[in-house]
Design a protein around this ligand. Structure first.
Ligand SMILES: Nc1nc2c(ncn2[C@@H]2O[C@H](COP(=O)(O)OP(=O)(O)O)[C@@H](O)[C@H]2O)c(=O)[nH]1
Ligand SMILES: [Mg+2]
Ligand SMILES: [Zn+2]
Length: 356
């Protein structure tokens, strides 16, 4: 059995410094394993316990993204005769995985915090999409985590189908490591396990039905029947409804995710730059410094495209993601401006009231 400590849960000097700045002296810290509305499941060196958010934390949160999410480190107070801990604040996130909230809004939705690696899962059987893969890669890098690519259900396609998908990933210049896996035959299982290191956190993302829960349950040694069959409690078929951080026997932590079909990018310049390193490198040779790599003469990217050195689909995805990012960058700036105006308006009203 693993000896629990904050370090085994991913704690390090960087978080220590955050705690020194943000926690009350004598306050404890814990890691968020799951969030159920206003109730949290926390982990510390004593094991798992439940906690609630303090009124002040809820009140001061400027957006849902400011509230604790799975993987966060929080400052918590816990008295011996209280069943629940009280979460006072959330420590800064070292990395985060977030996406654009549904619809046209320019808001973020947190998926997980402080994850070291994100394993982007696609099934090679009717799910593979280079475009979607590049979207994920951009947002993973934007949040500061290391991406891995995992193609599942290799038992359902011929080797030539898989080879073609791997080739298209390679041609797109994807630098993240790529793995393949079949949960049915077990092919690739060892390779996946080999990347999971103690005290590090791995988050699985990808469309619904690609095999994420099967993988996580397998790693956790959980009963597969509990996920696939109707449970004895009459709850019906279990699907992943909440994200949960699970500590594996080897000391690695994994987070499963409900399917995320839409994975919109939002103001993701850094992530785009990192995911399209080939295009970024070429752009220094473009004739115009602000070249958009669309129609300009002397564009090194278009030249490379014409020579077949970069892939047309890859270039197309780059343009699409950049456009989307810029669009939301603008709406985001607009939103901030409106919030500021509103703040000034409230201040004015208060001042007027004081003068009355
Ligand atoms: N043939 C095959 N089926 C799989 C594989 N992995 C998962 N499945 C099945 O695909 C379905 C969805 O799996 P699940 O783990 O719930 O996917 P999730 O939505 O990504 O969590 C289940 O019926 C699994 O048994 C695989 O590698 N090969
Ligand atoms: Mg699932
Ligand atoms: Zn150019």
């Amino acid at each position: 059995m693993l000896q629990l400590s904050l370090e085994t849960l991913g704690w390090n000097a960087w978080f220590s410094e955050q705690a020194r700045l943000h926690c009350n002296p004598g306050g404890a810290v814990a890691r968020v394993a799951a969030v159920d509305r206003d109730q949290l499941l926390l982990l510390d060196e004593t094991g798992a316990f439940r906690a609630r958010l303090s009124g002040k934390l809820m009140h001061d949160a400027t957006s849902p993204a400011a509230l604790p999410c799975v993987g966060d480190w929080v400052c918590v107070e816990r008295t011996a005769n209280d069943q629940f801990g009280l979460v006072r604040s959330v420590l800064d996130r070292k990395t985060c995985l977030r996406r654009r909230a549904a619809g046209e809004s320019a808001d973020y939705q947190m998926i997980a915090a402080n994850v070291d690696c994100v394993i982007i899962v696609q099934s090679c059987h009717y799910d593979f999409s280079l475009n979607r893969l590049e979207r994920y890669l951009v947002m993973v890098r934007e949040g500061g985590a290391t991406p891995y690519v995992l193609l599942t259900k290799t038992d359902l396609v011929g080797s030539e189908v898989l080879a073609a998908q791997l080739e298209s990933i390679r041609r797109a210049g994807v630098t993240a490591p790529v793995f393949t896996l079949s949960n049915v035959t077990g092919e690739g299982d060892e390779d996946l396990r080999a990347i999971l290191s103690p005290a590090r956190t791995y988050c699985f993302v990808g469309s619904s039905g690609v095999g994420k829960s099967t993988i996580v349950n397998g790693l956790a040694g959980r009963d597969l029947l509990a996920t696939n069959a109707v449970s004895g409690t009459g709850e019906g078929r279990h699907t992943t409804v909440r994200r949960e951080l699970i500590l594996l026997d080897n000391g690695a932590m994994v987070i499963d995710n409900p399917g995320t079909r839409e994975f919109g990018v939002l103001a993701a310049e850094i992530g785009i730059e990192a995911s399209y390193a080939d295009i970024a490198a070429l752009s220094s040779q473009c004739h115009f410094r602000d070249c958009t790599h669309t129609t300009e003469p002397g564009c090194a990217v278009l030249d490379a495209l014409a020579r077949g050195e970069i892939d047309a689909a890859h270039h197309g995805n780059f343009l699409k993601l950049r456009k989307e990012s810029e669009h939301y960058q603008m709406s985001y700036a607009e939103k901030r401006r409106k919030e500021k105006e509103f703040g000034r308006f409230i201040k004015r009203v208060k001042k007027d009231q004081e003068q009355d």
